[in-house]
Write a new protein. Structure first.
Length: 150
């Protein structure tokens, strides 16, 4: 039952996110002045793209925490890859500034860590504050490797 409630919550958040995107407008945030690391290679993006990737990790962490918590409470085995949020990994994506594949990669990186914390009822990778879960800054930096270019 908890996993079902988690999935319903995730679908509801995706629906609200789609409504947000219907009212969203593209803004040109200037040059690609940030770079991030993925799979041993570096990629460049704008300030907004960098913010979006950070948000992907945080949103993934929060969704993972809830999914892991639900699986533990339902007595399911540890399996973040089977959670719908992990498979979808598009919550918060707005189709601009970064590639969907990159967004999903970082969402899943956050999700895995959040799932582990939620499943084991701990705060190794993140914390709870002001009504939501978020990944720790040092962990976010370790995952993303974000650098400001000159």
């Amino acid at each position: 039952m908890n996993q079902l409630r988690y999935q319903e919550r995730y679908f509801d958040r995706v629906r609200r996110d789609q409504l947000r995107l219907q009212q969203w407008r593209y803004n040109d945030y200037g040059p690609y002045n940030y770079r991030y690391r993925r799979g041993g290679a570096y990629y460049e993006t704008s300030r907004y793209g960098a913010e979006m990737l950070q948000r992907a990790i945080n949103d993934g962490y929060e969704e993972g925490f809830y999914a892991g918590q639900a699986d533990r409470e339902d007595g399911y085995r540890f399996s973040p890859e089977e959670a719908y949020g992990y498979q979808d990994a598009s919550y918060g994506y707005d189709a601009y500034y970064v590639d969907l594949g990159d967004y999903q990669y970082y969402f899943r990186e956050g999700f895995r860590r959040g799932y582990e914390d939620g499943y084991y009822s701990r705060s190794q990778y993140g914390r709870y504050s002001n009504g939501s879960y978020s990944i720790l800054g040092a962990i976010l930096e370790q995952i993303l490797g974000l650098q400001l270019l000159n």
